[in-house]
Design a protein around this ligand. Structure first.
Ligand code: MN
Length: 728
């Protein structure tokens, strides 16, 4: 749709009048004069007057059949940023609607892309927000970008590439998502020209060179197709056209081959009157030519996410070559060209865009935006949605759900309803139970099994593909974590207040808590409890803000005495029962009862943490033990291995050895362990169906080094497959 000449006020007005005869063109004329005056004396990089740029942008918007406000915004879009004109002036002259659009475009233009990943994420987010607010802002920006890409040759090469890359990464996918086919294709071709000039010019030369041949080929095939269709009374129009360069390039890239045949460059389009005729035409084509398996797509029954409808097929054509054919109605053809704009209907002189799927998509993005506070998560979410191909599956009642490529039953469950997703325990695919991570294929019928006790887990994030499901799971986990932190935070604070004869309930009636929150720059009490729960605000910080100084000092004195007697009671009484009383040093205390967590069974050499258990001394876990992390962080104490007493420590550890089932193996393994100077407390062995043996030893070792010695000694024996330490 490239215009050979620059747009003029006249050409813009003519285009508008062609689809909107009652339009009040005075406003367009006024905007043109305003912009012309504002940009007077400015030149483009090409040396031409600046005004040709906004005029071309406005022309593109008129070609898209947009409303007057959009076109006027196209004319004014650079005035606030680049001239002395102000937003107030624009609002006064053109009204609030247009002033807001111009402001949106100006703000969007000030976003510098191509910086760090995080910044890019944030920028992308702003863009989506602008889009959600008024999609016309993006349409003006897209037209602006198209015009800039068309005139990119006047810029320095480094700048050309940066702009082209950004266009390929962001603007072309958005044009595609909004269903504006021609705009997406032109942007992509222009990007190819600046990003891979060698390939672009090679393709262009080859296409030009074969022009005559190609035209003849198109004529011949079109004629044959028309004749075949006529035989069956299908009235149709057949057009053949060269595919756009970027799609040829991508095909070459995928197959890593050169193109050498003309028919690889061409696609045919059959345009008929109505949907019935589409299928009739398809029937004729498939009856006459052999279809290539796996290439037929029915985008009429199930349109693409951007609203695109068509039948696609590839057949072995009249001369034995593959022909790509698209069959669609005139109306579908218009939608394929204009996308979002073609859907828009006039309603009292304005476009009514409410019924449009693409607007629904933008609104959905806005909804996720609320759920996701991390810009990178948001970027990931949006990227998935912009680039994903779609899968279409059915509910048991026959309703169609559209999901991203690679979607799982869990994605489907979330597409049905957030609650169905959250409670999902399993799925039936075409009547058979499948795992939750199963990948859905188009045409599958999916039934979700739910349980009222089910809740989402972090692992689900690895299973789901769709941005909606990801956003919902993350939101759920976050809420759960915050709720847990809130409860824990309240408990911790309540306990810490007890020694001052206070309770949290009492405290909440006064204003001290809010004051403390203000001092700590925390928004509200709930947030304060949550931060306490997460351990980000400790009692050492918070208590002094809540308790008067004198009370605090009095308490410190009595606390010392109390603490001592508490610890003495706990530790002294239990000292005799200690498993390994000298193996561990707890802070600087003596005679502490030590227990080792059965969950992780730490060995000297493991890094460890301890928790005070009321009345039972200190339980020691490995630093990585997940059970340990369930403990109250307030009860945590520093522990370390008592190195001085090393020789006296003996700890029981279980080792599992998987080996081939060979005679004498148990004896050999026992010998190996004994030769490391280690006692075996017990041993047992069992064999598996596939001729393997699993031996389990309970050994007494002094530390990690000794254990590792045994493990590697065992591993070096012939027939041994794996050796592992088992915890619990
Ligand atoms: Mn511009």
């Amino acid at each position: 749709m490239a215009k050979p000449q620059h747009a003029t006020l006249e050409s813009i007005c003519n285009t508008i009048a062609s689809y909107y005869p009652e339009a009040k063109l005075d406003l367009v004329k006024k905007a043109y004069a305003f912009a012309d005056e504002a940009h007077r004396g400015q030149l483009r990089s090409s040396g031409e007057p600046y005004m040709i740029h906004p005029a071309d942008v406005a022309q593109t918007l008129a070609d898209l059949r947009l409303d007057l406000s959009s076109i006027v915004t196209g004319l004014l879009h650079d005035t606030v940023e680049d001239t002395h004109a102000t937003l107030e002036q624009i609002e006064k002259e053109f009204g609030k609607d247009i002033a807001e659009l111009v402001d949106g475009v100006t703000k969007l233009s000030q976003i510098a892309f191509k910086t760090s990943e995080e910044k890019q994420a944030e920028n992308f987010r702003k863009m989506i927000l602008a889009m959600a607010k008024d999609i016309r802002v993006i349409l003006v920006k897209l037209s602006d970008r198209l015009n800039n890409m068309r005139t990119l040759e006047h810029l320095a090469p480094a700048k050309q590439q940066a702009i082209a890359q950004e266009t390929l990464d962001i603007y072309a996918p958005i044009a595609n998502r909004l269903g504006i086919g021609w705009l997406k294709m032109e942007l992509e071709d222009l990007c190819l020209r600046y990003l891979h000039p060698d390939i672009y010019y090679k393709l262009r030369t080859q296409v030009a060179k074969t022009k005559k041949e190609r035209e003849k080929y198109i004529d011949d095939v079109s004629q044959i197709l028309l004749e075949e269709l006529e035989k069956y009374d299908v009235r149709a129009q057949v057009v053949g056209r060269a595919k756009h360069f970027y799609s040829i390039y991508k095909k070459m890239d995928r197959r890593s081959s050169d193109f050498d045949q003309i028919f690889d460059l061409i696609a045919f389009r059959i345009i008929v009157d109505n949907i019935t005729e589409c299928y009739k035409a398809l029937g004729v084509i498939h009856a006459v030519y052999k279809p290539v398996p796996g290439r037929f797509k029915d985008y009429i029954a199930i349109p693409k996410a951007n609203g695109y409808q068509s039948l696609h097929t590839t057949v072995i054509g009249p001369n034995g070559e593959r022909i790509e054919i698209q069959i669609r109605t005139q109306e579908m053809n218009q939608v394929a060209q204009g996308g979002i704009a073609a859907h828009w209907k006039y309603k009292e002189g304005r476009f009514d865009s409410r019924a449009n799927e693409n607007v629904a998509w933008v609104n959905r993005l806005l909804e996720w935006h609320k759920d996701l506070s991390d810009p990178n998560e948001f970027l990931e979410t949006v990227k998935i949605d912009l680039f994903a191909e779609d899968v279409f599956v059915f509910t048991p009642t026959g309703e169609v759900k559209q999901l991203s490529h690679g979607a799982t039953p869990l994605d489907f469950a979330y597409a049905v309803h957030t609650d169905v997703g959250n409670k999902c325990v399993g799925a039936k695919l075409n009547g058979k139970i499948v795992p939750l991570k199963h990948r859905l294929k188009s045409g599958d019928t999916v039934e979700i099994i739910t349980s009222p006790t089910q809740t989402p887990s972090k692992d689900w994030l690895k299973i789901v593909k769709s941005s909606r499901a990801k956003a919902k799971i993350r939101a759920y986990i976050k809420t759960q974590e915050r709720e847990r932190a809130d409860t824990l935070g309240r408990e911790i604070l309540d306990k810490a207040l007890r020694p001052y004869s206070l309770t949290l309930a009492k405290m909440e009636k006064g204003s001290e808590l809010l004051k403390a929150a203000n001092t700590l720059r925390v928004k509200g009490l709930e947030e304060l409890f949550i931060l306490v729960g997460y351990g980000r605000i400790t009692m050492d910080t918070l208590i002094p803000l809540l308790i008067p100084k004198e009370a605090l000092e009095r308490k410190i004195e009595s606390a010392k005495a109390e603490d001592e007697s508490f610890l003495k009671r706990v530790f002294k009484a239990a000292a005799k029962r200690s498993e390994s009383k000298n193996a561990i040093k707890v802070a600087e205390l003596e005679d502490v009862l030590i227990r080792f967590g059965r969950c992780c069974n730490p060995l000297p050499g493991d890094s460890i943490i301890g928790f005070i258990t009321r009345g039972r001394g200190v339980t020691v876990h490995t630093a990585t033990c997940t059970k340990a992390l369930d403990n109250d962080p307030e009860r945590r104490v520093d522990v370390r291995w008592n190195v001085a007493d090393k020789g006296s420590i003996k700890r029981h550890v279980k080792i599992k050895v998987l080996s081939l089932d060979q005679p004498g193996l148990l004896a050999l393994m026992s010998q190996t362990i004994s030769s490391c100077g280690v006692n075996i407390a017990s041993a047992n062995i069992r064999t598996t169906k596939d001729k393997k043996a699993i031996a389990q030893f309970d050994v007494e070792v002094g530390d990690l080094t000794q254990l590792q010695k045994i493990v590697s000694a065992l591993e070096s024996k012939k027939g041994v497959i794996t050796v592992e330490r088992i915890r619990s």
